[in-house]
Design a protein around this ligand. Structure first.
Ligand code: AMP
Ligand code: ZN
Length: 135
């Protein structure tokens, strides 16, 4: 096999492996399962593209998770075509902040070792003292 052919084959195998990992993450992803209704949840609000649910382990009086229905791994994998999903997430956050008349709030994305659910999500926390270290 020529050097060029070998490089082409390695690139192909790497691409395949990446796709397999992405597929596995989406398949086993807890938030994807919530979107599909395979795990029960009581959505606080949802649109065609975004879901908002109460955090199961709240760190403040109000703790909502806002995430795109389409699987995106994390802030590290957000790319150009994802803009609309992000806009929709912020629109949902704005709606909840306004409806709940939240005068002080925090919006946070965790990443790296701080991120436990590998599906992009925004924390909307407000109310009593925020246990920031637990977020
Ligand atoms: P992070 O550490 O940023 O990935 O945050 C993940 C959040 O998801 C944590 O605050 C968890 O309490 C929350 N969580 C995990 N599973 C569920 C679930 N089934 N329903 C609601 N919230 C969840
Ligand atoms: Zn997912």
């Amino acid at each position: 096999m020529t050097r060029e052919k070998m490089i082409k084959k390695i690139k192909f195998l790497a691409k395949e492996a990446k796709l397999r990992i992405q597929y596995k993450m989406a398949k086993d992803c807890i938030f994807c399962k919530i979107v599909k209704g395979e795990i029960k949840s009581a959505p606080v609000y949802q649109t065609d593209t975004v879901m908002a649910i109460n955090d199961i382990n709240p760190v403040a009086a109000s703790h909502v998770l806002i995430f795109p229905k389409r699987h995106i791994d994390s802030v590290l994998t957000v790319k150009k075509g994802d803009g609309e999903a992000l806009e929709d997430m912020f629109a949902v956050a704005q709606k909840l902040i306004s409806e709940r008349r939240l005068e002080a709030f925090r919006l946070a994305f965790n990443g790296g070792r701080y991120q436990h659910v590998p599906h992009l999500h925004m924390h909307l926390v407000a109310g009593s003292t925020i246990k920031w270290s637990q977020l």
